[in-house]
Design a protein around this ligand. Structure first.
Ligand SMILES: Cc1cc2nc3c(=O)[nH]c(=O)nc-3n(C[C@H](O)[C@H](O)[C@H](O)COP(=O)(O)OP(=O)(O)OC[C@H]3O[C@@H](n4cnc5c(N)ncnc54)[C@H](O)[C@@H]3O)c2cc1C
Length: 416
């Protein structure tokens, strides 16, 4: 049965035509028309239609449903039940560079600990690199029971083939049921490669992870269809169940000094000659880098700021507080701020101690990037703006008048 078009609702925007992975939709006289031969009932169009003009009978893909079960078939290697029961344990890929473990790896150890406890299994970190054995201490102190270590000069710098080869070999030998990676440049690259090689399911950019007790499946929740639905995705028939999570989405766990665990050392079986990628030079970008995800205080502005020049008011507030200026996508698209400062689904996810949302309406795509901030302060001239639903403190009024006053007062109190 193909998707049905409710003609009276269709506004002819073409969003469904663009979104359909099977070219099954077209606009005829400004109304969407479905080709039943091509339609697979995957439901992608239903989710993107802003006018609710598409209907999938008995669909679990309605834009309002929390649990998504779309019919898009992705090839996974099926593992039968007796095989599945051999997969045990939760693994976190430990990302590091220039001697530092990435914060996201610790955050994943925090959520990984909870998942492992719920399943009654061990939590392990996978540590690959050269001369990295001393880092195992931190991994245990952030909650791991075990570290799978491959320490070899060939692994000095991250290279997809080499790292993926090690992860695949470890998975083949030790069979974890869950594997978590940071949705960083490295994690995104590695996770996609490893999942494809292992022919298993990978859910990118998860914002929530939990265990369904009865089935022991990992419930992987992430925003889908431009943030209009939260999709909960499960990987039933292949292992490991793989997820990536963005930095700062999960809370940082408490460090437990002195916590110890077991190091399981494995050999790297790949020689330098087997690796096609050669690193000639590593060039670090000088200056101008914005570490929004590490900022404790973010002063963010949206379309309501009104102009590029007005962002000076936000910079003044940020300077007094020692914070960083962020922006909504609307402000970035207006050319008022650079993209590296964008907060939200297609920008950076942040979790500062204080987030100022100034002239930001609170669209879901913005909220998913900042709503876990410890304290949210919103200033908006519209009392009904959605941002007030997540704000701890709100002021209704013109930010151009309020923010300079706030800056003046804070300066007086903080700097005497
Ligand atoms: C796939 C997709 C991904 C997206 N990704 C992101 C993302 O990563 N980040 C993101 O931010 N958006 C993203 N968006 C866009 C998002 O849907 C919104 O359009 C955007 O967040 C709106 O930005 P805004 O709140 O600054 O602007 P608006 O929605 O225009 O809101 C401006 C607000 O300012 C208030 N205002 C106006 N003047 C003043 C004043 N003088 N004083 C006080 N308040 C005032 C208004 O009342 C209003 O609430 C995405 C959209 C899609 C479809």
């Amino acid at each position: 049965m193909a998707v049905e078009v409710i003609k009276s609702n269709c506004i002819g925007c073409g969003a469904c035509v663009q979104a359909c992975p099977f070219d099954a939709l077209d606009l005829v006289d400004g109304i969407a028309v479905v080709d039943p031969e091509k339609c697979t009932d995957c439901g992608v169009c239903v989710g993107v239609c802003p006018a609710r003009a598409l209907h999938l009978e008995e669909s679990k893909c309605s834009p309002n449903s929390k649990e998504q079960s779309c019919n898009v078939k992705i090839k996974e290697k099926q593992v039968d039940n007796s095989e599945i029961s051999k997969y045990k344990g939760v693994w976190v890929y430990i990302e590091h560079s220039y001697g530092d473990i990435a914060d996201v790896s610790y955050e994943l150890l925090g959520i990984g600990r909870k998942l492992a406890d719920d399943l009654g299994v061990k939590l392990a970190g996978i540590l690959l690199g050269s001369d990295v054995k001393d880092k195992t201490k931190d991994i245990f102190e952030y909650g791991a029971d075990q570290v799978y270590l491959v320490d070899d000069p060939v692994l000095k710098d991250y290279r997809t083939e080499a790292y993926s080869h090690c992860v695949e070999s470890l998975v083949d030998k030790y069979k974890p049921e869950i594997m978590l990676m940071g949705a960083t440049t490295q994690g995104r690259d590695l996770a996609g490669y490893v999942a494809t090689k292992l022919q298993t399911g990978l859910t990118a950019d998860c914002t929530e992870l939990a265990i369904e007790q009865e089935s022991r499946l990992l419930l992987q929740t992430r925003p889908a269809f431009g943030g209009n639905v939260m999709a909960t995705i499960v990987c039933k028939e292949s292992r490991p169940q793989m997820s990536t999570v963005r930095p700062r989405v999960m809370p940082m766990p408490e460090k437990r000094p002195g916590n110890k665990g077991e190091v399981i050392e494995e050999k790297n079986t790949l020689q330098e000659d087997d690796i096609a990628t050669k690193i000639l030079e590593i060039v670090s970008e000088g200056g101008g880098l914005v570490y929004l995800d590490r900022a404790d205080i973010i002063v963010s502005g949206g379309k309501g700021v009104g102009s590029k020049e007005n962002f000076k008011i936000l910079q003044d507030l940020a300077d007094v507080l020692g914070g960083t200026v962020g922006a909504s996508r609307a402000a970035v698209e207006a050319g008022w701020m650079e993209q590296s400062r964008q907060v939200g689904q297609t920008g950076t996810t942040v979790r500062p101690k204080i987030y100022f949302a100034l002239g930001i309406s609170g669209a879901i795509q913005h909220l998913v990037g900042m709503q876990t901030s410890d304290v949210i302060v919103a200033i908006n001239n519209d009392p009904d703006a959605t941002i007030f639903n997540v704000a701890n403190y709100g002021i209704v009024g013109d930010l151009k008048k309020i923010v300079p006053e706030l800056t003046k007062e804070l300066k007086k109190r903080l700097q005497g």
